[in-house]
Design a protein around this ligand. Sequence first.
Ligand SMILES: [Zn+2]
Length: 403
Amino acid sequence: MKIKQRCTAQQFMTRHLQQHEQGEEYAPLIHQPILILGAGGLGCELLKDAAASGFTNIHVIDLDVIDLTNLNRQFLFTTSDIGRSKAEVAAKRIRQSFPHVKIEPHFCRMEELDEAFYTQFLLVIGGLDSVDARSWMNRTLLNLYRGGKVDFPVPFIDGGTEGFRGNARVIIPDSTPCFDCLGYLFPPQTKFPMCTIANTPRLPEHCIEFASQILFPREFDRPVDGDNGDDIRWVYNSASSRADKFGIQGVTFHLTLGVVKNVIPALATTNAIIAAVCTVEALKLVSGVGATLNNYVFYSGESFNHTVEPFAVNSACETCQQRMEAVTLPADITIAQWVTLMDVKGLAVTSLTVNDRPIWFSSGMVACDTSMALQSVVGAAVMDVTTAGKESVRLVPRFEAAV
Ligand SMILES: [Zn+2]
């Protein structure tokens, strides 16, 4: 049975307890396996908090190795650990401090572990900085529940930090907004307009971008490798000369590294606060002592403010809301014929976009000649369609081989 309303901590716990009462063995929820994603800045805090709060069966995934620059905040590591797996070293340190905790590290990408692996967890706590990885986890947990692979939705408590700011949210598949419902909260990565970089640089960053995006590829016929010290030095030197030419101050090696690698500033204190919020949410889920966060908290260390937002499900969310359908179409069907065909099939199409590119609108605004073959504009992409009922549908086309 799927829950249609929000699953509160109380409901989550009661549902689990009911199942255990019917079964033979009963393990308190706090001793059931939980998964922590990432053993970096947030991850170290999450692991310590979870172990100290009574969770005794913890898995941790991280594909990264320890770097010198991690040590100021990733307190489970020391200089002698540099180059070793974050997940493995973190697990070892947690075991030393909390010998009763069973902790299993996974030194790999999340995608390398199969569906069955993820079904064992009571809940997942995320301490990742990659939006793509968090979105992947969100989809995986949603699919597990919708596909009937787990009896209860597996909550995903997602933490994120950037400098002084952080956020935490509780995502319960099919009960709360999913991770991608609020994708608009992540602004597209700030890139400077190319004309500014090339013609009217005003900031040290503009000079660095020019050196790394234009001068370096021109000189070496390849992109800059952010992990190669020689590359960074070359970019730094070129950016410095350019900055001198334009009378711009502030190009440093450190800034060059930050701009090229798109480094997100990290504060140990923000990580500690967000990890604490996430752990409290996990504790509420396993104990039922309080209602879980509904459903998103923003924290700002600059103003020392926090705001809780009860976000709603985004009806345009491509992950949890949109219908996806496979369609088989004749190889030579034109855009106009396709519209008619869809009409006949009862799907009164009002717009078609492909990869965000408008192709056809019923309002008469046409971006493509409607006598063109649909296949030539769609290729292998997914067709995003809106219908007269204002519903959005994603069509996965398969064009029949031409005769
Ligand atoms: Zn969604």
